[in-house]
Ligand binder design. Structure first.
Ligand SMILES: [Fe+2]
Length: 170
């Protein structure tokens, strides 16, 4: 692993278990400002967006997510994890949802993040991330603790499916 990437991971490992958004943002900004190389983790898939794990421990996870044009995640939450994202290439479209008292999911608003911009996800966030741009989308995500479970939602009914980190294909 690149020495600068290793020092970034070590820095994350030295943080408290539940770091604030500001602390995570500062770490990601510094990493981005130094142009820490992640090229060896940039892999796209023709079938669906691809998660490339750089580092995972009991404390945190660092992954590079790659989306070809038109690829998107399911509507999901992050289980009990907080997450922070920085865009390294392309533009991320994020659609946010609310859960109604009935259990149905409704779209609230959509926002876009461009290269070097930062976003934050808390355990209550329900969202769908997509690449609606013309080129590839590459983002670095960090999670505290590691992303082991995502609840997957849909707009037709209140069925909630589970994604777990050992599942292939996401
Ligand atoms: Fe997410």
């Amino acid at each position: 692993m690149d020495i600068n990437l290793r020092s970034f991971v070590n820095r994350l490992e030295s943080l408290p278990d539940n770091p604030s958004p500001d602390v995570l943002k500062k770490c990601l900004r510094e990493m981005d400002g130094r142009q820490v190389p992640i090229d060896e983790y940039v892999n796209f898939s023709e079938e669906r967006y691809k998660r490339n794990v750089i580092h995972v421990s009991s404390k945190c996870e660092v992954s590079v997510l790659c989306f070809q044009r038109g690829q998107n995640t399911p509507i999901h939450d992050h289980g009990g994890s907080i997450g922070a994202t920085i865009i390294r290439q392309g533009m991320m479209t994020e659609e946010l949802f609310n859960k109604q008292p009935t259990g149905m999911i409704v779209s609230t608003f959509t926002r876009r993040f461009r290269t070097e911009e930062f976003s934050y996800v808390n355990p209550a966030t329900i969202h769908r991330v997509s690449n609606a741009d013309t080129g590839g989308l590459v983002m670095m995500n960090i999670y505290f603790p590691p992303l082991t479970l995502m609840n997957l939602y849909n707009l037709e009914n209140t069925t909630v499916e589970k994604w777990t980190a050992d599942m292939k294909g996401f």
